[in-house]
Design a protein around this ligand. Structure first.
Ligand code: GCO
Ligand code: MN
Ligand code: MN
Length: 391
């Protein structure tokens, strides 16, 4: 059962302009690659079987562009989209590069900065809507602090919620078909960033004016930086019906924000992430927010992009093999994986059911339960052998 490893638009793979276009700058060194022309990027991605491209406002329309130049840029870009059939499913706003946002954007202490951040986001929403985006990602890279004394975190969360509410109000007023996806990250570039994990962001959404308009864009690297399980984060986001988008890449725990090619680190976590998405029948975009190593030239960029997609497809095939493998199926029975679907209380939540539960629990034998093995060693080794290609 060998599945095709050739990406096609049906696979819903997308890349940000800023990902393949990353020039290889790092905190210690200058760019190693020249900027890519967004139009060339669209053509190149389309030829690789990619479904769509995402962008920050300033990836396409540089800061300070005049309205007439903006139109010219958009016209050229739209032509490339039309010719190739590539879509723009997601747009976002850059609220982190300009020095003006150094103390924060939506949560800057200075209300003037906050108003500029919200207005810039309105413009980016217009741009996204013009290009047909239905998801708008909000990544608050500068929403945080190094010196805790300087930031009233509860006040900052009030302003964060206010800004997201303003963005929702704007979308409603314009009748755009657009939902927001918050992207949690624990640190980098700030010492500590607000809404650091998926859990924080999910709880935050409940406090918003229109929670149904806001979901998440979890990222592999970001949860991993916190030492958390990314596949669990994705599963819980799905459970809340809040998986609006996803950023796939690779990251080792305890390292700087690496943004490596999907699957290049943490292959087991990548496998379980693909499993969660595929088993859920999730139809969203498989978006790669990663960048090529600094060592790469132009050709290396496309090796990187193809690598992200091929690894996803290989892991998807492994997921199918996992479900078809008779030994694994038996091991899953021993682990009693399916039994999680049986309700704990047979009779629901009524008082009779509570009494019945207590009654039946008193008949069980602790010794028998304590002596039962679940076969996780065997199961886990089978997964290892599947991933290593020995089965
Ligand atoms: C990062 C983030 C960004 C965001 C992007 C979309 O670590 O820099 O992942 O790449 O995803 O800005 O808003
Ligand atoms: Mn990131
Ligand atoms: Mn990201």
């Amino acid at each position: 059962m060998s599945e095709s490893l050739e990406p096609t638009p049906e696979d819903h793979f997308t890349f940000g302009l800023w990902t393949v276009g990353n020039p290889g700058r790092d905190p210690f060194g200058h760019e190693t690659r020249s900027p890519l022309d967004p139009v060339d990027t669209v053509h190149r991605l389309a030829s690789l079987g990619v479904y769509g491209v995402s962008l920050h406002d300033n990836d396409l329309v540089p800061w300070g562009t005049s309205p007439s130049d903006r139109e010219a840029i958009l016209k050229r870009f739209r032509q490339a989209l039309d010719v190739t059939g590539l879509k723009v499913p997601m747009a976002t706003v850059n609220l982190f590069s300009r020095p003006l946002f150094k103390e924060g954007a939506f949560t800057a202490n200075d209300p003037v900065v906050r108003r500029m951040a919200v207005a810039k986001t309105f413009d980016a929403i217009d741009l996204g809507a013009e290009l047909g985006a239905t998801t708008f990602v909000l990544w608050g890279g500068r929403e945080g602090v190094e010196s805790d004394a300087a930031k009233d975190v509860r006040g900052a969360l009030d302003r964060y919620a206010e800004a997201v509410n303003l963005c929702c109000a704007y979308v409603r007023d314009r009748h755009y078909d657009l939902r927001f996806a918050l992207e949690p990250k624990p640190n980098e570039p700030r010492g500590d960033i607000l809404l650091p994990t998926v859990g924080h962001a999910l709880a935050f959404i409940n406090e918003l004016e229109w929670p149904e308009m806001v979901g998440l864009n979890p990222e592999f690297a970001h949860e991993t930086m916190s030492g958390l399980s990314f596949s669990h984060a994705v599963a819980q986001t799905l459970w809340h019906d809040k998986l609006f988008h996803i950023d796939l890449n690779a990251q080792r725990i305890g390292k700087f924000d690496q943004d490596f090619r999907f699957g290049s680190e943490g292959i087991r976590d990548a496998f379980y992430t693909v499993m969660v998405l595929e088993d859920a029948g999730w139809t969203g975009m498989r978006h790669f927010d990663a960048h090529p190593y600094r060592t790469e030239d132009y050709d290396g960029i496309w090796d990187f992009a193809l690598g992200c997609m091929r690894t996803y497809l290989i892991l998807r095939e492994k997921v199918h093999r996992f479900h078809a493998d008779a030994d694994i199926t038996r091991a899953l029975e021993t682990a009693r994986r399916q039994d999680i679907n049986e309700p704990t209380s047979e009779g629901g939540l009524g008082v009779d059911a509570l009494a019945a539960l207590r009654n039946v629990a008193s008949t069980y034998s602790e010794d028998k339960l304590a002596g039962t093995g679940y076969g996780h060693e065997r199961l886990d080794q089978l997964v290892t052998e599947l991933l290593l290609g020995s089965r």
